[in-house]
Design a protein around this ligand. Structure first.
Ligand SMILES: *Cc1c(COP(=O)(O)O)cnc(C)c1O
Length: 368
């Protein structure tokens, strides 16, 4: 999608805050811990290339969810180690090998299909994924992991890593977490050969289960200054949200009592009211269920009234404001602020989803 460069709606990402958040987490971990920055989904909407360029001197490497995200970084000249954490198509293995992108192997069936394809696998860097209870992808027991290790090493691949992923690291109750940990340790104890790296920690695990760090952490949400648990667990670190979202008023009018606003005429003015229009809508990731949410104008909260359209929202203003008046959708305005978590709470979802859904139509600006 083309970004709307000639529109006042802009995401600003403060890269220095991402670096600050990264150091906050790492300061609390054992010194030798390696750090992978997770920049999948366009770095959770923050811009994968820009974030990776900024962090590349400080991290061990980057994690992506698919091969195209990894190729985007290679295309931008990033030569740090890359790991694709999802299952890639067999046909994409030559691309991974050519561009030195480590891939995840999650099943014996996939491994055997790769060998049967005749694709050259010598030197291919692989990480084995162990499903200790997440239930998505991965080997589910030690015996199948051992079999895979034997198969892949015989085929000349490099056993670069083994990892798992916890389902409940951001919850108060840690029963499931402990069961997964025990399972992972059992698999590790029975490995026929040790890989270069063992890793298990996403953001929540790195923060609230510091005892569980093996060789490396895979940090996503925290880098962007967000609390992976939402508001369930207290954040012991000084995290700084890196993303703000702003726009401005492109139309302002006073309408008489009884005027209807927006599709479906769901809002009727009860008095004479000042209405402002802001050029952002559900095609930008400000979804229709945001009707009733409040944005900041001139340091005051102003309600989104009427339906959220594809490209525009309407807000009730306390008085007339000139065209071009700043509108803060995420970030600070005067004494008040709106956080990504406020959006998540309003939409009854998680902060991850809010930032990932900010679409490519919104221009990203970078500050330091
Ligand atoms: C997305 C992802 C991460 C990062 O998770 P955060 O909670 O954002 O830190 C780590 N590991 C895997 C396997 C993932 O898919």
């Amino acid at each position: 999608m083309i970004s709307a460069w000639h529109r006042p709606t802009v995401v600003t990402v403060n890269l220095e805050k991402i670096r600050h958040n990264f150091h906050q987490v790492m300061q609390n971990l054992p010194k030798k811990t390696q750090a992978w920055a997770v920049v999948k989904a366009n770095a959770y909407g923050h811009g994968a290339v820009e974030v990776a360029k900024y962090l590349q001197g400080e991290v061990t490497g980057f994690c992506l969810s698919n091969i195209d995200e990894a190729l985007e970084l290679r295309g931008a000249g990033i030569d740090a180690p890359l790991l694709v954490m999802g299952v890639i198509p067999i046909e994409a293995v030559p691309l991974a090998r050519t561009h030195q992108i480590a891939v995840t192997i999650a099943s014996q069936e996939w491994l055997e299909k790769l060998l049967a394809s005749g694709i050259d696998t010598v030197g291919l860097q692989v990480h084995l994924k162990v499903d200790t209870g997440m239930g998505r992808i991965g080997f589910r027991d030690g015996q199948s992991v051992s079999q895979a290790v034997q198969t892949l090493t015989t085929a000349g691949m490099v056993f670069a890593g083994i990892f798992t992923h916890f389902a409940t690291a951001d919850e108060k109750d840690d029963e499931q977490f402990q069961a997964q940990l025990t399972c992972f340790k059992e698999v590790l104890a029975n490995l026929p050969q040790k890989p270069d790296r063992v890793h298990a920690s996403n953001s929540a695990t790195a923060i609230w289960h510091k005892e569980t760090i093996f060789d490396a952490v895979r940090l996503g949400d925290v880098l962007y200054g967000l609390n992976p648990s939402g508001e369930t667990l207290e954040m012991p670190l000084d995290l700084r949200p890196a993303l703000s979202l702003a726009s401005s008023l492109v139309h302002v009018k006073e309408v008489p009592a009884g005027s209807s606003i927006g599709y479906g005429a769901t809002y009727q003015t009860s008095n004479s009211e000042w209405i402002g229009t802001v050029p952002i809508g559900y095609a930008d990731g400000l979804t229709r269920d945001m009707q009733g949410f409040k944005v900041l104008i001139d340091g005051q909260f102003c309600e989104i009234i009427g339906r959220v359209s594809m490209d525009q929202i309407t807000v009730r203003l306390p008085k007339a404001y000139p065209l071009g008046t700043a509108v803060t959708l995420i970030g600070q305005n005067g004494q008040c602020q709106i956080t990504v978590q406020d959006w998540a709470n309003y939409r009854e979802t998680i902060n991850y989803e809010i930032v990932c859904l900010l679409s490519d139509r919104i221009v990203r600006h970078y500050s330091q």
